[in-house]
Design a protein around this ligand. Sequence first.
Ligand SMILES: O=C(O)c1ccccc1NCC(=O)[C@H](O)[C@H](O)COP(=O)(O)O
Length: 264
Amino acid sequence: MTILEKINQHKREEVFTSKSITSVDELRSSKYFDRKCNSLKASLMAEGSSGIIAEFKRKSPSKGEINPNVDVEEVTAGYALSGAAGVSVLTDKAFFGGSKNDLIKARSKNPDIPLLRKDFMIDPYQVCEAKAWGADVVLLIAASLTPEKINELGAKAHELGMEVLLEVHNEEELISSPMEYVDIVGVNNRNLKNFNESNFKASLDLSSLIPTDKVKISESCINDPSVIKDLRKSGYQGFLIGESFMKTKDPAAALSTYIIESKG
Ligand SMILES: O=C(O)c1ccccc1NCC(=O)[C@H](O)[C@H](O)COP(=O)(O)O
């Protein structure tokens, strides 16, 4: 079983339990459910945008512990102040050490920043959770979902006023994914089935195949600001970065350095 299959199996059990504890009506009555979302797409496309979506991530299956004792409010507020175009918050507990409270705290501390719920979405219920917890964007991973599921989850996100980030890793996933409800296409440089890192080949190869009406972002393994310059040249407007910031003592300061050094 690949790690992605293990994660998805765990998600099916988690969603089953969550539904039995909190109904959709209860999610709908949360204070964030009716808020107007901040657009990540607009933020990435804005003149002078850093393009960086800075991720709050304590640990990961590929790297183990990264920074287990960090404060989500402090780090995400630092990211927002330092010029992140958006912030990504892991809500998966079992594999990434995240939680719904991380997202809720990030939202309450940063009302104006576009917030991505980073998790493994398999059920429209999780899209409702994302809205209830303050997210503006949900991630759909093509490697885990059928085309029908991508449409179902994407339609639910749009119905709730959220944006959709579709993640692909290769041409097959890109070509077989329906794009009707997709706002942003992300190319993951890490193969989530075996953790091979493509050295940005995935991003460089797929750039010209992504439909031109989608904002393109490159995800994972970005470990030097010069990489951002190269990816910009091949058409990328966004860069999702977690570990390179989170492994430092001051993730927001690391983000600032990336923003300064990736300009020009
Ligand atoms: O990061 C992992 O090990 C991982 C394993 C299995 C599924 C997803 C995984 N990561 C999710 C992500 O997409 C990354 O956290 C994100 O792109 C940031 O990557 P990085 O800058 O390399 O931390």
